[in-house]
Design a protein around this ligand. Structure first.
Ligand code: UD1
Length: 341
């Protein structure tokens, strides 16, 4: 059986946890990463967890020839998981062209290579951001794309459209977009986790930096939303559950004959407020977080959480870890990685 899987962005946050999950499930990951938003040290963490150092190619997916030089020499590739992308909402507003160039060109190169070298399965990192500001909760995969206000989100929506058209025109591939909700946490060993560049934009990395005293105070953006405690609601999912979803997606694609394009929500289905996340962090880790309420952040969505039945029924995947586990693992990772700041 072909068991090699190309993982673009395999040293990144979700990519590295997925590489570990692939190794633990009998796949042979081949990592491609340009180190723009990741560190070479991650490979050591993967090795310490699994005892295996996967092959690593420091190249840029934007450059087709670099991708082809790697792929053309490898036999037995069953799939590509495409993570490599820019992911900051704020930055995407300032550097829209860079986001479209990086996120779209990389995807085009990935599908071009999959087509030329008959790589059957493609799994794409999409985001719940494609739902925009949803009118109904929980969101289901058959809801239309929402109004998306930033180039990062638009690039994810465009990539999904490109993949759908690619599947139709090629009819030789099984293509899956996974719409991630809010990934948090780290590997329980504390050997891999999230390594944000500079001051984090996302909530949990900011909380852990306040907890460790590296940042003074957390700003909670808005407590006047129409939610149970006035703060935004999100579907926070442990990164290892998210990683497992990629294995389920690949197993599913490998096991079926039909070529098609499919989309799955990958979340827990449980809404948690920003305030609940903070207070649960304090409780499970026995540490105080200094925070204050400030005005809403532009572009934030009041509430979004997933309906996860489709992934459960079709992929036989469900999240297993709860918020407390995610928050303990995130704190463990922060404590073990002080040297990165
Ligand atoms: C958004 C996207 C997500 C994307 C991510 C990438 C949506 C629904 N989600 O996540 O798909 O992968 O960006 O960056 O569009 N918060 C604070 N203080 C902080 C930081 C955050 O109060 O210092 C609040 C935010 O206002 C928000 C919540 O925490 O209500 C989560 O924010 P964040 O972690 O940035 O993720 P999203 O914006 O939900």
């Amino acid at each position: 059986m072909k068991n090699k899987v190309v993982v673009t962005g395999g040293l990144g946050y979700i990519g590295s946890h997925t590489v570990v999950a692939l190794l633990e499930n009998g796949y042979e990951p081949i990592i491609i990463d340009n180190l723009e938003n990741s560190s070479l040290e991650v490979i050591n963490g993967i090795f310490k967890i699994t005892g295996i150092k996967p092959s690593l190619h420091i190249i840029d997916c934007k450059v087709y020839i670099e991708l082809e030089t790697v792929i053309k020499n490898i036999e037995g590739i069953c799939g590509i998981i495409h993570f490599a992308a820019y992911k900051s909402v704020n930055e995407s507003i300032e550097k829209s062209y860079a986001y479209y160039e990086n996120n779209i060109l990389s995807l085009i190169n990935v599908i071009k290579i999959a087509d030329k070298y008959a790589i059957e399965n493609i799994v794409f990192s999409s985001s719940c951001t494609v739902y925009g500001n949803p009118l109904e909760q929980p969101v289901t995969e058959n809801m239309p794309f929402g109004e998306i206000t930033n180039p990062y989100g638009k690039s994810k929506m465009m990539c999904e459209e490109i993949l759908k058209d690619f599947y139709i025109s090629s009819a030789k591939h099984k293509v899956i977009s996974l719409r991630y909700f809010n990934p948090i946490g780290a590997h329980t060993t504390g050997l891999i986790g999230e390594l944000p560049n500079g001051i984090p934009n996302n909530l949990l990395p900011y909380i852990t930096k306040v907890a460790s005293g590296k940042l003074a105070k957390l700003k909670v953006f808005g407590n006047d939303y129409n939610t149970k405690d006035g703060t935004c609601m999100r579907d926070f999912i442990h990164v290892c559950d998210l990683a497992d979803a990629h294995i389920s997606a690949l197993n599913y694609a490998n096991s079926k004959e039909n070529k098609n394009y499919d989309v799955f929500n990958i979340g827990t289905g449980i809404p948690t407020s920003v305030l609940e996340l903070i207070t649960t962090f304090e409780k499970v880790n026995n540490i105080k977080i200094d925070y204050e309420f400030t005005k809403r952040r532009a572009g934030d969505i009041e509430s979004i959480y997933a309906k996860t039945d489709k992934a459960a029924e079709t992929l036989s995947w469900k999240s297993k870890r709860n918020i407390s586990q995610s928050l303990k693992d995130a704190w463990n990772w922060e404590l073990k990685n002080n040297k990165h700041d």
